[in-house]
Design a protein around this ligand. Structure first.
Ligand code: GTP
Ligand code: MG
Length: 196
């Protein structure tokens, strides 16, 4: 049966590797720059307002948050990278947490990379994409905040994202607006298919 994304519950915030979930359920890891809208994309997919906490200032998500969907898979909301305005100690803590998460094999079943559709992907985005691509699991790239672009700019920006991340035609790039809901059914369809 298709996974029902409307059945979602928050399970746990992991602040250290001992707390990572390893119960055999599939895990869909949402990664991307701070403030790009990872938590907002998750809320939109789940039809929830603020299950994943959204911030007006970057750096809102500082731990690894797990949401259990329909009792069967986890959406994993990761802290963003590339946010300079936190203390070095805090940045180091996130860095270690993320490193532990990404280095442990078997934790990720689908990599979801969120980028900002308005901008050329950063060097960090490219590194994140290459990391997901080097894994033995599928990856989806989501170009978020399409509501902030004119329709005429969309195609050009998607092309720039494809080029910069070096995506080939078989690699999935989904235009999305967490704000308006555009792309929701397409992304849900892809994630469902990848979880089967
Ligand atoms: P961190 O947890 O800090 O890594 O950020 P995040 O990637 O989880 O971003 P978050 O979901 O907290 O959103 C950051 C800001 O962008 C918030 O003010 C959101 O309301 C806004 N935002 C997210 N998605 C969209 C979108 O599709 N369109 C618009 N216009 N704003 C968005
Ligand atoms: Mg967040």
């Amino acid at each position: 049966m298709a996974i029902n994304f409307n059945r979602a519950e928050f399970v746990l915030s992991a602040a250290s590797p001992e707390q990572f979930l390893r119960d055999g359920r599939k895990q869909l890891a949402f990664a991307g720059r701070s403030n790009v809208g990872k938590s907002s994309v998750i809320n939109r997919l789940l039809n929830r307002k603020n299950l994943a906490r959204v911030g007006s200032s970057p750096g809102k998500t500082t731990q690894i948050n797990y949401f259990l969907i329909d009792g069967s898979i986890y959406l994993v909301d990761l802290p963003g990278y590339g946010y300079a305005k936190v203390s070095k100690a805090e940045r180091d803590r996130w860095g270690r947490l993320m490193e532990n998460y990404f280095q442990e094999s078997g934790l990720i079943d689908v990599g979801v990379l969120i980028v900002d559709v308005r901008h050329k992907p950063t060097a960090d985005d490219v590194a994140m994409c290459d990391f997901f691509r080097s894994g033995s699991y599928p990856m989806v790239v989501v170009a978020n905040k399409t509501d902030k672009l004119k329709r005429s700019e969309l195609e050009r920006n998607l092309e720039l994202i494809r080029e910069t991340l070096d995506l080939d035609e078989s690699e999935l790039l989904v235009p999305f607006s967490a704000e308006k809901g555009d792309g929701k059914e397409q992304l849900l369809g892809l994630l469902r298919a990848l979880c089967e």
